[in-house]
Design a binder for this molecule. Structure first.
Ligand code: SAM
Length: 184
């Protein structure tokens, strides 16, 4: 994503959520995706409350980040591949992010796939890039945050989230929040 130039289109696909156990992690994956400049997340409808959480966050803090509940993640990957979107699978078995980040920065459209439990073999074969954020196991939340930062090189933090009720005015100490009156 280049500010002042055409912005890279980044979406996230969350697969394999374990019922209840992964709710909080999935919510955090969505929040990182939103705040680090992705435009949408696809996920299985395990916990519909996440829709509420994200729409409240959008209302308060702005932007139009979307969630789409899906039945079949393979269909999403097929559709995206047909639309020339590159599939990036986050896995500790992949290529070191340090070696692959420049290629990723030069793509136009990315779908980033993050897992929960064991990820099916087919994703490793279908992905255009299997990317490791280090070759040690950690978490999909940290892996996604670091990947989005490496791709956008910090520019995601200059993004303005439109139509927010609140805007934080950064302070050296303390908190300052500007309240906006929204018109429909
Ligand atoms: N054991 C699982 C497997 O074999 O796929 C990994 C489970 S891990 C808790 C959940 C997700 O976090 C993974 O599917 C991957 O997307 C992400 N992840 C964890 N460590 C990672 C790493 N070092 N690099 C990239 N992604 C990672």
């Amino acid at each position: 994503m280049m500010l002042g130039q055409k912005r890279m289109e980044i979406e996230v696909l969350r697969i394999g959520q374990r019922v209840v156990r992964d709710d909080r992690v999935t919510t955090h994956v969505a929040l990182v995706a939103r705040s680090f400049g992705a435009k949408k997340i696809y996920m299985n409808e395990i916990n519909p409350e996440i829709n509420d959480t994200v729409s409240k966050i959008n209302k308060t803090w702005g932007g139009d980040f979307e969630i789409e509940m899906i039945d079949d993640w393979k269909k999403i990957i097929r559709e995206k591949k047909n639309m020339a979107t590159k599939i990036v699978h986050l896995t500790m078995y992949g290529q070191n992010i340090n070696d692959i980040q420049t290629k990723l920065q030069n793509e136009d459209k990315l779908l980033i796939v993050v897992g929960a439990e064991k990820v099916p073999r087919t994703i490793y074969d279908t992905a255009d890039y299997n990317v490791a954020i280090g070759n040690q196991p950690h978490s999909e939340i940290s892996a996604l945050g670091i990947l989005l930062d490496r791709i956008q090189q910090g520019r995601q933090f200059d993004l303005k989230f439109k139509n927010s009720e609140r805007v934080i005015i950064p302070q050296e100490h303390g908190k300052s929040v500007q309240m906006n009156k929204l018109t429909d």
